[in-house]
Design a protein around this ligand. Structure first.
Ligand code: NAD
Length: 301
């Protein structure tokens, strides 16, 4: 990917045009961040290196890994995918992770999930050196996020917050409602919003009367994985919505958790699905890999 100043201007103009139409264009914002990373990598001669571990032959994982490879190549992040058979034992997987932990050249280790059933995802994730955990899933990094120390922020939550910031949404004092309490998405988003001085309510599958809570929200972040969970009657006029959900509807089309067509007219800003949070997740993985390299060479804390 050769990025010229002209192209960067065009991407920026596209983001602003979409914002004026009430859309937070995640694809364009991701491209802007990637272009700026590429410029920095080229100008400073940086050499970040990401290794992905793919165990087994899950078709969706193969697709994700290909996307990540392409994204790394486009901005000059060296990358390599180790494909391990679905019969890989825990001992073999841990040996591979240890080898990568000890390889000075490797800045980021990405363990593609899900793993085959006989392997414990949490144990394997915790085996990764926190200094190379560019997915931000190790409990050391989640803990650092919690107490406000520099860390690797997990990619989807970080990407969601960056969308709000790029769209210049006021977070300080905002009444934010997060729907979904997974360690991967909902919980870290709550902490990141609170760090930006929002007042945050966390909702989940046992929440009573969700509409009465979402109607009071300035910002809604939906991360439940339920089609049409958020409908027109559940949002207040002018609210901002980040739709993290990825679902397939009956027609096989990708949709989020929000009834986009009917809800959009009431919002001031909303992310589409696809083209919203999705492209940001890979972008923040690249950003964490670059950050890890810069920490290694003493450019960042
Ligand atoms: P998860 O299944 O681990 O968690 C879902 C959460 O939603 C749970 O905490 C549950 O309590 C809550 N929930 C479920 N039904 C609910 C309801 N009716 N009302 C209120 N809360 C409800 O899922 P996850 O890993 O956190 O992912 C959430 C969604 O985000 C999924 O659709 C997933 O595909 C998507 N996702 C997108 C990206 C991306 O890059 N765009 C990345 C990760 C996850």
């Amino acid at each position: 990917m050769e990025i010229t100043v002209m192209e960067l201007h065009e991407i920026t103009a596209q983001i602003d045009t979409k914002l004026a139409e009430g859309i937070i264009d995640g694809k364009a914002i991701a491209n802007e961040i990637r272009a700026n990373m590429k410029i920095e990598i080229d100008e400073k001669g940086l050499k970040p290196y990401l290794v992905t571990l793919l165990v087994g032959d899950d078709p969706a994982s193969q697709v994700y890994v290909n996307f990540k490879e392409k994204a790394c190549n486009a901005i000059g992040i060296k990358n390599n995918v180790y494909r391990l058979s679905k019969d890989t034992t825990e001992e073999e997987l841990f040996a591979k992770i240890d080898e990568l932990n000890n390889n000075e050249e490797v800045d980021g280790i990405l363990l593609q999930l899900p793993l085959p059933d006989h392997l414990k995802e949490q144990d394997a994730t915790m085996r990764i050196d926190p200094k190379k955990d560019v997915d931000g899933l190790h409990f050391v990094n989640q803990g650092k996020l919690w107490v406000g120390m520099p860390t690797f922020k997990s990619c989807t939550p970080w990407g969601s917050i960056e969308l709000l910031k790029r769209a210049k949404v006021t977070l300080k004092g905002a009444n934010a409602v997060v729907i979904g309490r997974s360690n991967l998405v909902g919980r870290p988003i709550v902490r990141m919003l609170e760090a930006e001085n929002a007042t945050v309510t966390l909702c989940h599958s046992r929440t009573v009367d969700l509409p009465s809570i979402t109607r009071r929200a300035d910002i809604i972040i939906a991360a439940a994985g339920r089609i049409n969970l958020i409908t027109e009657d559940m949002v207040s006029e002018g609210c901002v919505i980040i739709d993290v959900g990825i679902n397939r509807n009956e027609a096989g089309k990708l949709v989020g958790d929000v009834d986009f067509e009917n809800v959009k007219p009431k919002t001031s800003l909303i992310t589409p699905v696809p083209g919203g949070v999705g492209p940001m997740t890979i972008t923040m993985l690249l950003a964490n890999t670059l950050l890890s390299y810069k920490r290694k060479i003493g450019l960042e804390n």
